[in-house]
Design a binder for this molecule. Structure first.
Ligand SMILES: [Zn+2]
Length: 270
């Protein structure tokens, strides 16, 4: 190995062609977190194989000296010297829902994960979510995105408060009715009794089954979580969590998520 060279397991979150043959890639690495890199001659080079494809875990060899391409961006880039793909999530592309869900995860990391900060837990979570998306039924795709967002908000320290009604402090098992109502600006929910006569607080109804899924997702590893609520219910939770991210993650309000819209439609056989 030449000096300055570092090896790291990484996923590519996004690629952009640069000039004729180079590729700018946002990498999410196991030990150094997220940063922008350049693969010289990356367009067709055999050195990179399929490792610049999205949703592929690869061993990257990078030159840790940064270089600046002022015509592209002020951000300093590291150079990818070589890469070898280890696991490609090829089965994702067979299902629109799975591919859309995986794209959501990438968009969330691109917009909300701080750059140049080690995020090993999130790296593992992301890898496990991709595997879960491959293994589980396509109708669970939005449930997996929800579980990812919930765990990601825990890591960021901005998780919604889901265990008790914001007003009466009763637990989900204690409150009456089958639904609770999400309150975005408070990052919490209100029960049926506490929202009586206030229709403006009832815009986002979430079923109790769905809330139990959310608890399970926060407590268990993603691949051990049983999701009981249906895809339409999970779309409602996704809508809430998306607004929650926009409200509580600095900077996200200026660049809302765009990929979640592909997960918000009625699934045919659900
Ligand atoms: Zn209440």
């Amino acid at each position: 190995m030449i000096p300055h060279t570092v090896r790291d397991l990484a996923y590519v979150l996004k690629t952009t062609p640069y000039k004729d043959r180079d590729v700018i890639a946002v990498l999410f690495t196991e030990s150094k977190g997220k940063f922008t890199s350049i693969a010289r001659n990356g367009v067709q080079s055999r050195r990179f194989g399929g490792s610049l494809d999205l949703f592929t875990a690869s061993d990257f060899e990078i030159d840790s000296k940064t270089i600046q391409l002022s015509e592209v961006t002020d951000e300093r880039l590291v150079q990818i010297l070589s890469a070898q793909s280890r696991h490609a999530c090829g089965k994702l592309s067979k299902y629109f829902e799975k591919l859309s869900a995986a794209s959501c995860l990438n968009e969330i990391l691109l917009k909300a994960l701080p750059a140049h900060k080690p995020a090993n837990e999130i790296f593992k979570l992301y890898g496990n979510c991709l595997i879960a998306l491959e293994e589980m039924e396509y109708s669970k795709a939005s449930a997996i995105v929800n579980a990812f967002i919930l765990k990601f908000t825990q890591w960021l320290g901005v998780q919604p408060s889901l265990t008790r009604c914001l007003a009466c402090q009763k637990t989900l098992a204690e409150v009456s009715g089958n639904e609770v109502y999400a309150q975005v600006s408070q990052g919490a929910w209100l029960c049926e009794t506490c929202t009586q006569g206030r229709s403006e607080q009832k815009r986002t109804a979430l079923s109790k089954t769905l809330m139990f899924d959310a608890y399970q997702a926060m407590l268990n590893p993603i691949r051990k979580t049983q999701f009981e609520a249906g895809p339409n219910e999970h779309e409602a939770l996704l809508g809430f969590l998306e607004q929650h991210l926009l409200y509580f993650v600095p900077g996200l309000d200026r660049q809302p998520l765009s990929s979640t819209r592909f997960l918000k439609f009625q699934l045919p056989f659900a």
